[in-house]
Design a protein around this ligand. Structure first.
Ligand code: G3P
Ligand code: MG
Length: 259
């Protein structure tokens, strides 16, 4: 399967997280306003096995609470303020559930759902996400990614028609994921490499294998220009407005402006 989405894609990392608190409804709304093509968001399970949208394993950095997400029930997580850490204008933003995101955004924008059960890869996150996607009939509106092959393999077994993105860490930590072995272990359609590992060779090899390339997390204009020039199929960025501006600028102007 080849991903037939518009290219290059602007993928808003945790929403428009440069200008709103990451992984909140405000960040997702802003991503749409700033003309992102896709919203990337991080999912994991609560203690009572509900799917919530939060990046870290604990709530400590992004909320006014403390503790591991998978030790807290949904009701307790929903009491927390996930916006105030970013600025007082965002006070009382809740941690969203994936169901809530689907209710609001189904069909309005493409989604990149990252399975972030990195410490509990055998939990039921893949199953729960697959069920929610089916309930909302969103099979053609999203891709599912992870750094971990196990949740991706589990997800692919359940939802074989949904495109898979394999995330690769930078440098030697991501070497296997970027290699032929990564292709053998995970049946993926898009590679999401750390930006410093993207080269014309990596892009060509992926394209020859029918795979696309979406590097993360690309926030500097010069990096965006360089990666688009290499032929990447999208970038994952905290600042979709900036990426839209770069894409809208003609190639010669770009090189004058940013080199
Ligand atoms: O999906 C790209 C990026 O989100 C992967 O890293 O840690 O920000 O989820 P992280
Ligand atoms: Mg992520």
């Amino acid at each position: 399967m080849i991903l037939h989405w518009r290219s290059p894609l602007i993928i808003a990392h945790r929403g428009a997280s440069a200008h709103a608190p990451e992984n909140t409804l405000s960040a997702f709304k802003l991503a749409i306003q700033k003309k992102a093509d896709v919203i990337e968001l991080d999912t994991k399970l609560t203690a009572d096995e509900q799917v919530v949208v939060i990046h870290d394993q604990t709530v400590d950095r992004t909320t006014d609470g403390s503790g591991r997400v998978n030790n807290l029930p949904l009701a307790a997580l929903r009491e927390l303020d996930a916006g105030a850490h970013f600025g007082e204008n965002f006070q009382n933003e809740p941690i969203p559930t994936l169901e809530e995101v689907f209710e609001i955004y189904a069909g309005k924008i493409l989604l990149n759902i990252e399975l972030t059960n990195y410490q509990t890869p055998f939990d039921t996150l893949a199953e729960k996400v697959s069920q929610l996607i089916a309930r909302f009939d969103l099979e053609n509106h999203l891709l599912v990614s992870s750094f971990h092959p196990i949740p991706l393999r589990r997800f692919h077994k359940l939802s074989a028609t949904i495109p898979i993105g394999f995330l690769a860490k930078s440098g030697s930590a991501g070497f296997l994921s970027r290699s032929w072995l990564g292709r053998a272990i995970v049946h993926y359609h898009v590679i999401h490499p750390e930006k410093s590992n993207v080269s014309p060779n990596l892009v060509n090899k992926a394209h020859m294998s029918g795979q696309q390339v979406h590097p993360f997390t690309v926030n500097e204009p010069a990096e965006m220009v360089k990666l688009f020039a290499m032929g990447v199929d999208g970038i994952i960025t905290d600042d979709p407005a900036l990426a839209r501006q770069i894409i809208g600028t003609s190639k010669s102007d770009l090189f004058d402006q940013f080199n």
